[in-house]
Design a protein around this ligand. Structure first.
Ligand code: SAM
Length: 279
């Protein structure tokens, strides 16, 4: 019988945020794969967990995941924990899960803290629809590509950032997306937790004066539908009514349907469109 991989969410700052189930599971499994064993030993000691640990991190994740899968195949139950939060969210947990799924090993996730959700819920921005971008890529071209994609994103955008790159990222976001609303959530669940709900421009001014400290999550307002609509109107207005009609006719619409849509797009009557087309 194969063992089971347990993804165990651990606190992102406040030790009281661990669940009873995670503590029990960490005590019961045969082995704990931890991102940084020196960091996690403090957590294990605090909860009197004596289970052996092995390191599983970004730089050994491929081979170490293979080793862990072999152990799971021998019937060992293994828990995966990372430095903070939910394994698999922007950390090496993802690779281990991928290899377990490929090897038909059962994976289960014990929910708990994740910095992205914690920040989103207190951001004051829309929570019904959101996208998670984790860290923006360090590669310049890749980053520009993602930023261009985010320009049209209507969902709330959640990003992770290190304090020493915060100002640069806020500046790049402002340059690409314009001056949107933003919430910078720092040191979540810790003593000096701060949630700064502001605009990109104000955040840039603030962090130019005040050196950013501590881990942070940046939550940015998505593009509003009004803004998209305005841009569409502007782009239609760059066309003549005949050219605008042609766009819809080329999509296979009848003249009548095209006229109706052109009138709607330009906020004019069908009669006005008809006059231009037929007079
Ligand atoms: N797996 C983790 C999770 O579930 O949130 C995320 C790991 S990722 C390597 C680390 C990033 O998460 C940090 O750079 C920061 O952006 C964010 N983060 C983690 N803990 C945080 C906290 N207490 N306050 C604010 N952001 C935090």
């Amino acid at each position: 019988m194969n063992g089971i991989l347990y993804l165990c969410a651990t606190p992102i700052g406040n030790l009281e945020d661990i669940t009873f189930r995670v503590v029990r599971t960490l005590k019961e499994v045969d082995l704990i794969a931890a991102e940084d064993t020196r960091h996690s030993i403090k957590l294990l000691n605090h909860f009197e967990i004596k289970t052996p640990m092995t390191s599983y991190h970004e730089f050994n994740k491929i081979e170490k995941a293979q080793y862990l899968v072999e152990q799971l195949k021998k019937g060992l139950n293994i828990a995966c924990i990372t430095d903070a939060g939910t394994p698999g969210i922007s950390d090496p947990g993802e690779e281990l899960v991928r290899q377990c799924i490929e090897a038909d090993i059962q994976v289960t996730s014990l929910p708990g803290p994740a910095a992205c959700i914690t920040a989103l819920t207190m951001s004051g921005l829309g929570t019904r629809r959101f996208c998670f971008e984790a860290f923006l890529p360090s590669d310049k071209k890749e980053k520009q590509h993602i930023l261009e994609e985010l320009k049209r994103e209507t969902r709330t955008i959640v990003l992770y950032e290190a304090p020493h790159r915060l100002l640069k990222t806020l500046t790049e976001l402002k340059e690409t997306l314009g001056n949107r609303r933003v919430t910078v959530a720092r040191e979540l669940t810790k003593k000096h937790e701060t949630v700064f709900a502001t605009t990109l421009q104000e955040a840039i001014s603030y962090y130019t004066e005040q050196e950013p400290k501590g881990e942070c999550v940046v939550v940015v307002e998505g593009k509003s539908f009004e803004e998209i609509r305005e841009e569409e109107i502007q782009s239609w207005e760059a066309l003549t009514i005949e050219e605008h009609m042609q766009v819809y006719v080329e999509k296979g619409m009848s003249e009548k349907e095209a006229m109706k849509l052109v009138a709607k797009d330009r906020g004019i009557s069908k009669r006005d469109v008809y006059k231009v087309v037929h007079c």
